[in-house]
Design a binder for this molecule. Structure first.
Ligand SMILES: [Zn+2]
Length: 407
């Protein structure tokens, strides 16, 4: 059985070179999960997970700790029609999420209620292909010893952000403004969900419309994701840095569990931020990343930390002004703002020390009124125009300051 698994893993690796373009052409031929042939059952003290698929796909399975998780990667699989609740109605495995992980690849993550060893991982081909995984409960210590991603799973790890190579020159108005738009969530991480709408999809729609408006205004616009795919938080920063971003705008529409919060909020990076709602949002964003399985290696480096602090000393006030100008523009357009529209937060995606960034919560998916607004093309048009105008205002003032500092 082990041989079968490693053969499949090799098949995965051989196909790693394929980029988004190739994945696109294969979309029509995606393997589909067949819910009627899939399920989680208890068998002789073990837990068996069966996934019926309409065609065999390369896959690999492994365990991660803190918290204990089972991770299964597949050559892209269509989960339409399947639901975690129907797959595991008794909750034997634990909380399950799945979705696209990167172009051409899907990932399923189960937060294990009981630490367990993976004792079988096989795929049966033929007329009714299926993947069977069998888990045998073990003690927590034993689990920790077994957990770990295979080297081939490190492909998605972002490289540590280098801040001392090719420093990006601060924008001074002499070249088109380069904006990186970051539609939050995606793929295995849908973000907030309400009434059949997911944050990942709503902010993608908004990002595309904003991109069009900014491009029309003469800016160069790049996106951290172009489709419904998972992108780790650190990769979003790496993408922005690699493209020489003058500013990063992360777009979200999260849900708040408590209260009747409505309206837009602009967040700038503030590691000391103590607002309870912001802290919870930061934790949720980081946790979505963690659960998706990107915490395979630590990047902490003390020296880099000091350099980052220095660079941030210049960037942080620029980010704050970007937030303030943005909020001013949105308010001027008569659009709904949250009661505390400018806020600091310890959001990972805002941590870049070398270019300003702002995270815009366009509204709260938990609010019916905000949901309506986000789904309304006319409202989005006004919001897009306000953000584009705010960005231009900010860029002019920021460029003027850059020129002054240089004299
Ligand atoms: Zn979000």
């Amino acid at each position: 059985m082990r041989q079968i698994l490693s053969a499949l893993v090799l098949a995965c690796c051989a196909a790693l070179g394929s980029g988004p373009a190739r994945a696109q052409t294969e979309l029509s031929a995606l393997a589909r999960i067949e819910p009627a042939r899939s399920g989680v059952v208890a068998e002789g003290g073990q837990i068996a997970l069966t996934l019926g698929i309409d065609q065999a796909v390369p896959f690999r399975a492994f365990l991660l700790d803190d918290p204990p998780r089972l991770v299964v990667d597949f050559r892209e699989v269509d989960f339409t029609g399947a639901s975690p609740a129907a797959l595991d109605p008794e909750g034997l495995l634990g909380e399950i999420r799945w979705g696209r992980f990167r172009p051409g690849w899907s990932r399923m993550v189960a937060e294990l209620v009981t630490p367990a060893a993976l004792v079988e991982a096989v795929e049966r081909t033929g007329a009714t292909p299926r993947i069977t995984l069998r888990l045998d409960p073990v003690a927590a210590d034993d689990f920790a010893a077994r957990a770990g991603a295979p080297a081939s799973a490190l492909w998605d790890l972002p490289q540590p952000a280098a801040i001392d190579t090719a420093p990006h020159r601060r924008q001074d108005g002499s070249a088109p403004l380069r904006i990186v738009l970051d539609p939050g969530h995606g793929g295995i991480d849908p973000g907030a969900e309400a009434e059949g709408h997911s944050e990942a999809v709503l902010v993608m729609t908004f990002a595309r419309e904003l991109k069009e408006a900014l491009t029309r205004a003469g800016m160069e616009v790049l996106m951290t994701r172009e489709e419904d795919v998972f992108v780790p938080l650190e990769t979003r920063l790496t993408v922005a840095r690699a493209s020489g971003a003058d500013a990063l705008i992360s777009l979200h529409a999260d849900a708040l569990a408590e209260g009747q919060a409505t309206g837009a909020t602009a967040y700038h990076f503030d590691p000391a931020a103590s607002d309870d709602a912001a802290r919870k949002l930061a934790e949720r964003h980081d946790r979505a990343d963690l659960l998706a399985g990107v915490d395979l290696e630590g990047h902490d480096d003390e020296v880099a930390g000091v350099l980052m602090d220095l660079a941030r000393a210049e960037t942080q006030p620029r980010s704050l002004r970007l937030s303030q100008v943005m909020v001013g523009a949105i308010r001027e357009a008569g659009l709904k703002m949250y009661k505390h529209p400018v806020q600091g937060a310890d959001f990972s995606v805002l941590k870049a020390p070398d270019f300003p960034s702002v995270l815009l919560e366009l509204g709260f998916l938990s609010s019916e009124a905000d949901r309506k607004r986000l789904l309304d093309a006319e409202w989005r048009k006004r919001m897009v125009a306000a953000i584009a105008g705010g960005l231009e205002t900010w860029a002019q003032a920021d460029a003027a300051e850059a020129r002054l500092l240089r004299q």
